[in-house]
Design a protein around this ligand. Structure first.
Ligand SMILES: Cc1cc2nc3c(=O)[nH]c(=O)nc-3n(C[C@H](O)[C@H](O)[C@H](O)COP(=O)(O)O)c2cc1C
Length: 352
């Protein structure tokens, strides 16, 4: 049973992106400025493409919030795509507007184009690009921001750090690495660390496979576009000895304490009170200015991959998306354990 549920809709160049969030307790303050600040974090970062210059994402709340607070009803969030004014006819729902403008038929390796076109029986790859695009992560970040507002009530805070971009391992080298890739018509990925502090003991469970907190976080992070691996805690575990890896247990003033956190805050599928530490690898952006070899599905002939305005590197943005996904998982788990109909009821439960 999920408590914090949401669905999103919307295409990359459609009118808007939408989310409906169900399960939020009443009296949660919804700070729109905070949601918008999270949206601009997602749009930023060195190496982003032209699209992010067109969009200045802001959220509109269509339901479930009155005078700045939730009241138990589902919350509807909307982000408009500013670029839609250039795509109105191309993305029209009306069959009278049918056009081949912006249609394309050469698969982009690394994207959903080939597999998606087979699965959904589509000849125009535009119909695959539009929903598989990472543009939808904008509305996911808005949902994640609401989850973070809920977590804030419990003193839980998230943050992220870029560990590596391509071969660059320090911040000073990141921009140079991205500039070099860009001038070669190439792209980059990287490694990201996300941390959540002040998470109480007892979220998640070992009693069924699908209730393990590490498993839930891994699924939520792995399904972020371009994320190809996820680790909880020390991702060098494979080369460490048991005596080095496991976090010994001590007491201090009658409280359980650890001096290390290689487990990343989760043991046996349950949060253990230490910081939740998630590391993820983002693959290089698949759309290349210097196109990869591919096939045109209309002719069956070899062809260069379709190019559409694209990022060189989106690792910083990806970090914000991952923070948001983890926030949603933690919000759900908190509601499962300490859920109530109002925020006051939730706080009473956690304070015991
Ligand atoms: C924040 C963010 C921005 C992205 N921007 C682009 C982009 O501009 N161009 C591109 O080709 N892929 C971009 N991607 C990656 C693709 O969306 C992703 O690789 C593709 O949908 C295939 O999914 P998969 O890599 O999970 O298999 C981005 C991903 C994220 C998380």
């Amino acid at each position: 049973m999920e408590k914090f549920r949401f669905l999103t809709s919307g295409e990359s160049h459609g009118k808007c992106l939408t989310a409906i969030i169900d399960g939020l307790p009443a009296n949660l303050e919804i700070d729109t400025d905070f949601i918008n600040a999270e949206l601009s974090r997602r749009q930023g970062g060195y190496g982003r493409g032209g699209r992010m210059k067109i969009e200045a994402d802001t959220v509109e709340i269509l339901s479930g919030v009155r005078f700045g607070k939730t009241f138990g009803a589902p919350v509807t969030l909307v982000i408009e795509n500013k670029d839609f004014e250039n795509w109105q006819k191309i993305m029209s729902a009306d069959p009278k507007d049918v056009t081949s403008e912006k249609s394309f038929t050469t698969y982009r390796p690394g994207h959903a184009d080939y597999a998606g076109s087979v699965k959904y029986n589509q000849k125009d790859l535009r119909n695959i690009l539009e929903r598989s695009s990472a543009r939808k992560t904008a509305i996911e970040v808005a949902v994640g921001a609401v989850a973070k507002l809920f977590l804030n009530q419990f003193g839980i805070k998230g943050s992220s750090q870029i560990l590596q971009i391509g071969n660059a391992k320090t911040e000073e080298e990141f921009h140079k690495e991205i500039d070099m890739a860009k001038s070669a018509g190439d792209t980059l990925g990287g490694k990201i660390k996300v941390l959540y502090e002040n998470v109480p003991v007892g979220l998640g469970s070992y009693v069924q496979w699908d209730r393990a907190l590490d498993g839930r976080i891994a699924q939520a992070v792995m399904s972020v576009p371009a994320v190809k691996s996820v680790a909880i805690g020390n991702h060098h575990a494979y080369k460490m000895k048991g005596s080095e890896f496991h976090d010994e247990i001590f007491t201090e003033d009658g409280k359980i304490v650890r001096k290390t956190n290689n487990a990343g805050g989760i043991e046996g599928g349950i949060s253990n009170g230490e910081n939740i530490v998630v590391t993820a690898v983002m693959k290089p952006i698949p759309t290349l200015l210097k196109p990869l070899q591919s096939v045109d599905c209309a002719t069956g002939h070899p062809s260069e991959a379709h190019f559409e305005r694209s990022d060189t590197c989106a690792v910083e943005a990806c970090a914000v998306v991952i923070e948001s996904r983890v926030a949603c998982v933690l919000a759900n788990e908190l509601l499962l354990k300490y859920g109530g109909d109002s925020i006051e009821e939730c706080l009473l439960k956690i304070e015991g």
